[in-house]
Design a protein around this ligand. Structure first.
Ligand SMILES: CC(=O)N[C@H]1[C@@H](OP(=O)(O)OP(=O)(O)OC[C@H]2O[C@@H](n3ccc(=O)[nH]c3=O)[C@H](O)[C@@H]2O)O[C@H](CO)[C@@H](O)[C@@H]1O
Ligand SMILES: C=C(OP(=O)(O)O)C(=O)O
Length: 441
């Protein structure tokens, strides 16, 4: 298994360019299924494992895709299957986002139940509630969900019990080709939803209100290909902002959109970090001590759950005691056990973790428990005494492109090691090259 080896003590400095957003590009690729003619040309597509997975899924449905230098071209005119296999869905829950587009385009979809994952049960009841409200029949059996509708889906007024990102996206995509108008109330407001709505509108959809709690979708008869550039990844950007803060460095996070990171910026400033919001990115510097703060994750524009573990690493080296409350997922503290192996003093009480600052973190062998926890462990290693070895890197590879290379370029003493017959250099070269074969052959 690959491992990331980190040696602490270096303050990071320099410029890091943010890649396209994982959580925007995955629904956008799913949405390309809706184009019955023409080609979708999507740029700033990060070479992530999750992107490969969803591309493999669309390919299995007869869709042709090519990927070159972060530009993905998708032609969905030859859609020959409406089934998403368990093998692919279990690798990535976001595969479930194909259900809405398939139902809209073909009146049928058969998708393996995504199951839960480390951070929680992650049910899909709100997705199904929306599809049923639009007239779909839902049947669950043999580990699959089948959705079908006679003729076209019908527009409906849907109130989400939870402001679910995925459910908002799946329902929005289904409603795009429905007969009549759909209104989603209590919709999630994440920037990735706005990016998806912009992509859908470029394909010919008529969507208003994305980014607010109420989204109105006027169904159209046909959607076609378009060109689109994916927004920068606010969570990758936030991760590098914390990397600068935790090491006492000075890093310009190029491409970060300040507006998408207001809650993270506010929290870092409360801790005494200098955050300079600029036109084309965010400069983060830290010279003095870090002040402990309390943190509660909430749906956007609240503090993002996907930044919780990275901020916990930072709080470990701040002065004072912090309370971190995770309100979005019911089991997103598995990184606590791993931090404890690095000499962290953290106590979990229900949905909250009490984090003692001023820890003298020590390097240790630790394992990523989800993609953000993996990144957070690397960040902790950057300020630990000695060497930290992070394993279970398949988690990190889902959400970060060339993570170690980007940290190395900022001066971190970090490398990715493949303990196999391949040499270390070859492994690093391979990691740096990470790209897909032009036609996914
Ligand atoms: C690919 C992608 O975009 N992933 C993001 C998306 O995940 P995802 O779309 O899965 O997250 P949701 O917003 O749906 O989940 C939020 C909460 O709602 C619950 N829930 C969700 C759907 C449902 O039908 N019923 C239900 O109870 C979930 O279990 C969870 O507790 O939003 C999360 C919350 O911002 C982020 O952490 C993920 O990075
Ligand atoms: C939880 C996350 O992603 P996913 O929903 O793909 O698991 C994440 O990006 O932190």
């Amino acid at each position: 298994m690959d491992k990331i080896i980190v040696r602490g003590g270096k303050a990071l400095a320099g410029n890091v360019k943010v890649s396209g957003a994982k959580n925007a590009v995955l629904p956008i690729i799913a949405a390309s299924i809706l184009a019955e003619e023409g080609t979708c040309v999507i740029s700033d597509v990060p070479a992530l494992d999750d992107v490969r997975t969803i591309c493999d899924l669309l390919k299995s449905m007869g869709i042709s895709l090519t990927y070159d230098h972060e530009v993905l071209t998708v032609n969905a005119s030859q859609l020959t299957s409406v089934e998403a296999s368990y093998e692919l869905v279990r690798k990535m829950r976001a595969s479930f986002l194909v259900m809405g587009p398939l139902l809209a385009r073909k009146g049928r979809a058969r998708v393996a139940l995504p199951g839960g994952c480390a951070i929680g049960t992650r049910p899909i009841d709100q997705h199904l509630k929306g599809f049923e409200a639009m007239g779909a029949k839902i049947e669950i059996g043999q580990g699959f969900i089948e959705a079908s509708v006679e003729g076209r889906l019908k527009g409906a007024k849907i109130y989400l019990d939870i402001a679910s990102v995925g459910a908002t996206e799946n329902i929005m995509m289904a409603a795009a080709l429905a007969e009549g108008t759909t209104v989603i109330e209590n919709a999630a407001e994440e920037p990735e939803i706005v990016d998806l709505a912009n992509f859908l509108n470029r394909m010919g959809a008529k969507i208003r209100g994305a980014g607010t709690g109420s989204i109105r979708i006027e169904g159209v008869d046909k959607m076609t290909g378009c060109t689109h550039c994916v927004i920068p990844d606010r969570i990758e950007a936030g991760t590098f902002m914390v990397a600068a803060a935790i090491t006492g460095g000075d890093v310009f996070v190029e491409g970060a959109i300040c507006d998408h990171l207001k809650s993270v910026t506010a929290k870092l400033r409360e801790m005494g970090v200098d955050v300079d919001e600029q036109e084309n990115g965010i400069r983060v510097r830290r010279t003095g001590p870090l002040k402990a703060v309390d943190l509660k994750t909430l749906p956007y524009p609240g503090f993002p759950t996907d930044m919780q573990s990275q901020m916990m690493a930072l709080l470990l080296v701040s002065e004072g005691t912090s309370i971190v409350t995770e309100t979005v997922f019911e089991n997103r503290f598995m990184h606590v056990e791993e931090f404890r192996r690095m000499n962290a003093n953290i106590k979990i009480e229900g949905r909250s973790a009490i984090v003692e600052g001023g820890s003298k973190l020590t390097g240790s062998k630790v394992a990523a428990t989800d993609l953000r926890a993996g990144a957070a462990l690397v960040l902790a290693g950057l300020v630990s005494e000695g060497e930290t070895e992070v394993s279970a890197l398949h988690h990190i590879d889902r959400g970060y492109v060339n993570f170690t290379e980007k940290l190395q370029a900022l001066g971190a003493d970090v490398e990715r090691y493949v303990p196999s017959t391949k040499s270390r250099e070859a492994a690093v070269t391979e990691t740096v090259k990470v790209s897909f074969s032009p036609n996914f052959a």
